[in-house]
Design a protein around this ligand. Structure first.
Ligand code: UD1
Length: 364
């Protein structure tokens, strides 16, 4: 019987651990999985709602580390997770994605010589100003097993000197959750609640420090969105990081004059999926949404200078337009003018990635 610690900490982790935990639980004679929630995200609408909707069992342990600077948050996670590792002596620690919890738990386990597996390995933006890029590179460098969502991930890892026998191309676990939850969107009345019609609105999400923390960049984006909302409703579920910035009186005034720009608090998984599925376009700086839009066949405009998910661009769904008004306007115009190409779903984004991961673990 193998003791497996599966770590989740922040919102984008929950849809990745859900299918993996379910697959592990199908083999009770082989694996004894325990779910560890670091508490990096803790608000009900950033965490609990995902557990309910994705039917994730209550975590075996909630570490409650909360927010802080990078060093504070990473340090608190490491201190708390070291105790967990010493008590449980895991045969394997599984981390997912690229958030601070991912890297902190990988380092902690590795220094205690417990094997580490990283799901969503190999993605690279080559942008070292992104905290996630540091988290990805460090986690991959020390992981014993690396599960990649796309072939470019394998190439990146090989180029960095990771031995080929540690790398397993398994596809995208996030899409396992998406395909499983998609039928629920048929009966949701999210569009009515938001006051929008199928194909006549866009969704917007912003949370990257590069977009949200710099007042000049942030207000430039909000201005373009206010302008665009005169021809297309925009539903904007506001991330806590962006919420504070909207208190600026000038931005508050701008929003008041833009009734088509509809702000909500963070949405649950199925509501967000329902909106994205029915949107004319998705405007985002999130990595996960670039992937989800690709599978839903909805054009995505990425408000960043780069993406660690080039496969979404190659698939025809995603355009990376930067975070300056001119680029955003041009990208949006191109979609609204109907310059869309056909969208291909990347290899192994088929709802079976978690099964492939557990097959590899069983073989080992
Ligand atoms: C984190 C991840 C990012 C991921 C994002 C998804 C890192 C470095 N960043 O960014 O990769 O894409 O989550 O949302 O790990 N806050 C709340 N309630 C919460 C959580 C946070 O109000 O439940 C507020 C706090 O003021 C906090 C701020 O949001 O300081 C930022 O949270 P944090 O976890 O540090 O980073 P995110 O921007 O959410």
């Amino acid at each position: 019987m193998k003791n497996v610690l599966l770590v989740a900490g922040a919102r984008p982790n929950f849809m990745k651990v859900a299918p993996v935990l379910r697959e592990l639980l199908k083999h009770p004679d082989t694996f004894r999985p325990q779910l560890i929630h670091t508490g990096q995200h803790y608000d009900a609408d950033m965490s609990d709602v995902f557990f309910q909707e994705l039917a994730i069992p209550k975590p075996d342990l909630f570490m409650g580390v909360g927010s802080g600077s990078h060093a504070e948050q990473t340090g608190r996670i490491m201190i708390a997770f070291e105790k967990v590792c010493l008590e449980t002596k895991p045969d394997l620690v599984i981390v997912v994605g690229d958030v601070n919890s991912t890297m902190a738990c990988a380092i902690t386990a590795k220094k205690l010589c417990f094997p580490v597996a990283h799901i969503e390995a190999g993605l690279r933006s080559r942008d070292w100003t992104m905290p996630e890029e540091v988290n990805r590179v460090v986690t991959d460098a020390i992981s014993d097993l690396l599960f990649t969502p796309s072939r470019d991930g394998d190439q990146n890892l090989l180029r960095e000197g990771i031995p080929a026998d540690r790398i397993h191309f398994v596809g995208n676990v996030m899409i396992d959750s998406l395909l499983e939850q998609l039928p629920k969107t048929e009966t949701r009345n999210t569009l009515r609640q938001c006051g929008v019609e199928v194909g006549k609105f866009a969704t917007l999400t912003l949370h990257r420090p590069a977009n949200v923390d710099d007042p000049q960049v942030f207000s430039g984006i909000v201005e373009v969105m206010a302008e665009l909302s005169r021809e297309l409703d925009i539903i904007w579920p506001v991330h806590p990081r962006a919420r504070k910035m909207l208190e600026d009186p000038r931005l508050a005034g701008l929003l008041k004059d833009a009734p088509g720009l509809k702000l909500t608090g963070p949405l649950g998984y199925v509501d967000m999926l329902t909106l994205n599925r029915n949107a004319k376009l998705v405007l985002t700086d999130s990595g996960g949404l670039q992937e989800e839009a690709t599978v839903l066949g909805v054009p995505c405009i990425t408000l960043r200078e780069n993406t660690e998910r080039p496969v979404t661009v190659e698939s025809g769904a995603n355009r990376v337009v930067g975070n300056r008004p001119m680029g955003i306007r041009a990208g949006v115009r191109s979609v609204l003018n109907g310059n869309e190409c056909s969208i291909r779903i990347p290899e192994f984004w088929d709802g079976k990635a978690a099964g492939r991961i557990v097959d590899v673990l069983m073989r080992r």
